[in-house]
Design a protein around this ligand. Structure first.
Ligand code: HEM
Ligand code: HEM
Length: 128
């Protein structure tokens, strides 16, 4: 399976999870998980979809391990952020106890973006 499709499938998974959480928040009139919902939708779904699109349009046929490393970094980071924020805003952990989880997630998401920027800069421009 190409990395573009892997990003697309992970993005759709985050979208389903984030929408379920959004509907739960609206129905229960308890918006305390808003930061988790926002980051699941944006980092999990929107970013994964953007990365899938970049691979499809600007990096077709890219070879090497870097694209797999970038995929794992982003999806792992998004998952750690999602779990960390869900726990934090449901009161199942303090900011201090969840800092390693949230910090690692945030750094993974940042490293994935830097890796993507590097891959795009290094790629031969797609003409046409
Ligand atoms: C079934 C669909 C959805 C439901 C029921 C839903 C529900 C909610 C609720 C209840 C809030 C809290 C609002 C507040 O307390 O001010 C919220 C916030 C938010 N939602 Fe959704 N949402 C949905 C879809 C989406 C989608 C598709 C996205 C993005 C792709 C999204 C992104 C956000 C963001 C970024 C916030 C935070 C807004 C802010 O900072 O004021 N939501 N959503
Ligand atoms: C990767 C690391 C990220 C970290 C550490 C981070 C951290 C934060 C923090 C601390 C807040 C304030 C939450 C609050 O006041 O309760 C916030 C809010 C927000 N962030 Fe992020 N963020 C990250 C990535 C992103 C990305 C990539 C997006 C968009 C694509 C985004 C969109 C938002 C939005 C819309 C809000 C307002 C929603 C709310 O108030 O709950 N964040 N973020």
């Amino acid at each position: 399976m190409g990395v573009d499709r892997k990003f697309l499938l992970c993005g759709l998974f985050f979208a389903i999870a984030g929408l379920c959480l959004g509907i739960y928040m609206a129905a229960s009139r308890n918006h305390s998980e808003m930061p988790a919902h926002a980051h699941i939708m944006l980092v999990g779904f929107v970013f994964s979809f953007i990365y899938a699109t970049i691979h499809r349009l600007w990096l077709p046929g890219l070879v090497g391990k870097l694209k797999s490393i970038q995929f794992i970094l982003h999806e792992l980071g998004a998952l750690l952020l999602a779990v960390g924020l869900l726990l934090l805003f449901s009161g199942h952990g303090s900011e201090d106890s969840l800092a390693p989880l949230l910090g690692t997630g945030a750094i993974c998401v940042l490293l994935a973006m830097l890796t993507m920027a590097w891959m795009v800069l290094r790629a031969r421009p797609v003409t046409g």
